[in-house]
Design a protein around this ligand. Structure first.
Ligand code: SF4
Length: 466
């Protein structure tokens, strides 16, 4: 499917008890599988001993009863990965576990560092060696270098040296740490279970699954240090503006999650309502592109007083697809993924709602197929404004030249995808639907206003040479 891709999902649990944490972390990873399908891993720690297992594949493919059995401890962290930097090789799976002068350390990372290349080159010049080709490794190498007997101090020194969008969970100095970047670009929430365990996760759906009561979204530039069932909060940088990723609400987060206390589902429904309020066309029905267009289609149908109808049916049993498929494979995969209920389509004027349009290639095929199935008209509505700029903060965006919204006017895009009409959600309506002030959001893929100076070339293209 033609989508922007979130890089990773993180989960961490700190308990006062030695216990089979691997199973809980595995469940957490299953709830975050939508954030990365290429690799999964878990590291657990107890009294100086780190045990871990990671491999390429879905969490359900990587883990089984046998390899979960030894994953016992009092602190544990887990990761699901989609690669924006570094290859899909097993060596690049996380958690990254290293032995250093402070003992064993493990790290999981969601996001991208925009200065990872220069740090990596400096460290190599100093004689440090790297075992992966991912930007996350510069964090553990810097931590090892900066460690002078105090984990928190080394962490603060390290965080002042890196730049970009990131959420981290670490096991360091027999404690668990959660960290959010100085702009709060990448998400990280925190909760407490009824057994008094502290949980960090990329989304609240994981807290719900683990029956953890929500405590808070970590703030920009915040470190939370967890020891047993107690935690302390520190700010390592409060000089930057909050810039919460708007796309978490458009597509990345699960609809049953809340980010910054705002329901993702409700934000998406509101996106649909606001689209409908500005639309004066006549249609017979509103249909979503499943699953990402469903909440907004519900909102649109309700606001417009039109029937909400399923025309496309998703095959839930199609897992991962090949990276970089050929044109022919894409066509085949789309047919495998989405079927059409021709009875609901024939002779109808369809209002088709999706979360976003990236290259326009999938949408063109969907419009073609709906018309082949007998649709009289297909009108496409996108719940995000045109995507015009690449992301540098942990989201896999195609280069600008392949973003259809960056290169063509709306009328021209409608023609290219074969739609009878096309409308994007207005930029200010997106902000209203999310419910967070514009000054506290990152909307850079729509408006090019990055919350920090970004390099000319995305780090992922530079990392390809390693
Ligand atoms: S550029 Fe877009 S995808 Fe990247 S953090 Fe900003 S809003 Fe999110």
């Amino acid at each position: 499917m033609d989508k922007l891709r979130e890089e990773c999902g993180l989960v961490g649990i700190c308990s006062t008890q030695y216990q089979p944490l691997g199973t809980k972390l595995f469940d957490g990873l299953m709830s975050l599988q939508h954030r990365g399908q290429e690799a999964a891993g878990i590291a657990v720690y107890h009294e100086g001993v780190m045990t871990y297992f990671k491999n390429t594949g879905l969490a359900s493919e990587v883990f089984n009863q046998e390899n979960l059995r030894p994953l016992n401890g009092s602190i544990g962290i887990g990761h699901v990965r989609y690669s924006t930097i570094g290859s899909q090789a097993r060596k690049n799976a996380q958690p990254l576990v290293v032995e250093f002068k402070g003992g064993s350390m493990a790290l999981v990372h969601n996001g991208n560092l925009i200065n990872a290349v220069s740090i990596r080159e400096e460290l190599i010049d100093e004689g440090h060696s790297f075992t992966t080709t991912i930007d996350s490794e510069v964090i553990v190498r810097l931590l090892s270098k900066n460690y002078k007997g105090d984990g928190l101090e080394a962490l603060i020194t390290t965080l002042k040296q890196i730049k970009g969008g990131y959420a981290l969970i670490l096991i360091l100095d027999s404690k668990m740490y959660g960290v959010r970047d100085p702009n709060a670009l990448r998400p990280l929430v925190m909760g407490r279970t009824k057994d008094n365990e502290i949980v960090f996760a990329s989304e609240t759906c994981t807290l719900d699954l683990l029956e953890a009561e929500y405590i808070k979204d970590l703030d920009k530039g915040e470190i939370v240090e967890v020891s047993g069932s107690d935690y302390k909060s520190y700010t390592f940088d409060d000089t930057k503006r909050r810039a919460v990723c708007a796309f978490e609400y458009v597509y990345f987060s699960r609809p049953d999650s809340r980010q910054e206390g705002r329901s993702v589902y409700e934000a998406r429904v509101r996106m649909g309502e606001l689209l409908a309020e500005k639309d004066s066309g006549e249609y017979d029905l509103v249909a979503p592109v499943p699953d990402s267009g469903i909440p907004a289609a519900v909102g649109y149908a309700k606001a417009a007083g039109l029937p909400y109808t399923h025309t496309l049916i998703k095959n839930k049993y199609i897992g991962r697809t090949f990276m970089d498929p050929t044109q022919e494979e894409r066509e085949r995969l789309l047919r495998l993924k989405l079927g059409i209920i021709s009875e609901t389509v024939k002779d109808k004027r369809i209002l088709l709602v999706d979360d976003s349009i990236v290259r326009g290639t999938t949408m063109k095929r969907l419009v073609d197929r709906l018309k082949q199935a007998g649709a009289k008209e297909v009108h496409v509505r996108s719940c995000s404004p045109p995507i015009k700029y690449s992301c540098y903060f942990g989201i896999d965006t195609p280069q600008k030249k392949t973003l259809i919204g960056a290169n063509y006017e709306v009328d021209m895009i409608a023609k290219q995808i074969g739609a009878d009409s096309l409308m994007y959600l207005d930029y200010m309506d997106l902000i209203e639907a999310i419910g967070i002030p514009k000054e506290e959001l990152c909307c850079a893929c729509f408006d090019g206003q990055y919350p920090m100076e970004v390099p000319r070339v995305q780090s992922r293209y530079v990392f390809e040479k390693f």
